[in-house]
Design a binder for this molecule. Structure first.
Ligand SMILES: [Mn+2]
Length: 326
């Protein structure tokens, strides 16, 4: 997808204004969110601005070695709320997905929305949304070229973190020739793909491995083996649940994998993955969430069991609809 020239121009103007610019991304940030925030931080500095990176939740430990990660603040640790009139939100399908950080956005703020989710609500005054991009990191790479920002080693590392993880290490169906070309250029620009993979995937805390064993034990199959579900009680929450839902999705015959997790606030987070034909973004949207065709999610109050009881019929209907001959 070609990025809109007018919107790029408007982002260029925003970056050129200098001064403080708030950069944020979604709650429970993943490496694409963190890497993109950090890449934008460097881009803002290149333009002479002062980036302020604030997220609702802590940077996951596996992302702490990304260049600049220590500069990210959580809304909680800041305590006092300052209001920013220039804001960039990245990798977030809607404004509410940044959570409590919304309080830091002044009412008349100029907000740029940079994202790749199909469910993106175009909430910015500036909207650069490329739903063909596998990761926000890809979108930012294109932006670097449009804005003539030199891709340094640190920029390349932060953007590659997003491309690497949002494509599931180049295995998911969103992996395009462009994803691979961009990854190659990022490696050429100095990103160490091997070191990055080690940090992001091979540094799992021991307690998370043990919790994974208990979560796998909750596996149940539905709809003649086409749906798998697993449950995560709050005491077993792990930093990177993608690894677990990937196992549910890898079971022979499964089309949709579901991971239902209890959150600290008592609500349930549902993560949905599909293999080849069910659009889980539509199903997540029906429950007030969103995402991509093959990876989506939503949050809802209730118990794991009550959410599962409401979700399963929807999934079964989607399976039937997708399979039924025209
Ligand atoms: Mn992303």
């Amino acid at each position: 997808m070609k990025l809109d020239r007018v919107e790029i121009g408007k982002l260029h103007d925003l970056l050129g204004m200098g001064g403080e610019i708030l950069i944020s991304s979604h709650m429970r940030p993943d490496p694409d969110a963190i890497g993109s925030v950090l890449a934008l931080r460097e881009m803002v500095e290149t333009f002479g601005g002062r980036p302020v990176c604030i997220l609702e939740d802590d940077c996951p430990t596996r992302c702490l070695s990304l260049p600049g990660a220590k500069e990210i603040r959580t809304a909680r640790e800041l305590g006092q709320v300052s209001q920013y009139s220039r804001v960039i939100v990245v990798d977030s399908g809607s404004r509410t997905r940044i959570g409590i950080v919304e309080q830091f956005i002044a009412t008349d703020a100029l907000v740029a929305n940079l994202d790749h989710h199909i469910s993106n609500t175009r909430f910015g005054a500036i909207n650069l949304v490329d739903t063909d991009a596998a990761a926000s990191g890809e979108l930012l790479f294109d932006l670097c070229h449009e804005l003539q920002v030199k891709v340094t080693k640190s920029l390349a590392t932060n953007m590659l973190a997003g491309v690497l993880t949002d494509t599931g290490r180049f295995r998911h169906s969103n992996t395009s020739p462009r994803s691979l070309q961009i990854a190659a250029e990022l490696v050429e620009a100095g990103a160490d793909i091997s070191a990055l993979t080690e940090q992001l995937y091979y540094a799992i805390p021991e307690e998370d491995v043990r919790a994974t064993g208990r979560i796998l034990d909750t596996l149940q199959m539905h709809a003649n083996g086409r749906i798998s579900t697993m449950h995560v009680p709050v005491r077993d929450s792990v930093e990177d649940p993608d690894n677990i839902i990937d196992i549910g999705r890898a079971i022979n015959g499964v089309e949709v994998a579901v991971l239902l997790s209890e959150m600290k606030d008592g609500r349930i987070r549902a993560s949905l993955r599909s293999n080849s034909y069910v659009n889980v973004s539509e199903i997540a949207a029906a429950f007030g969430g969103g995402g991509h065709e093959r990876a989506a999610g939503f949050r809802m109050s209730g118990t794991i069991e009550s959410v599962e009881r409401r979700l399963l019929p929807r999934l079964e209907a989607a399976l039937t609809k997708a399979i039924a001959p025209n």
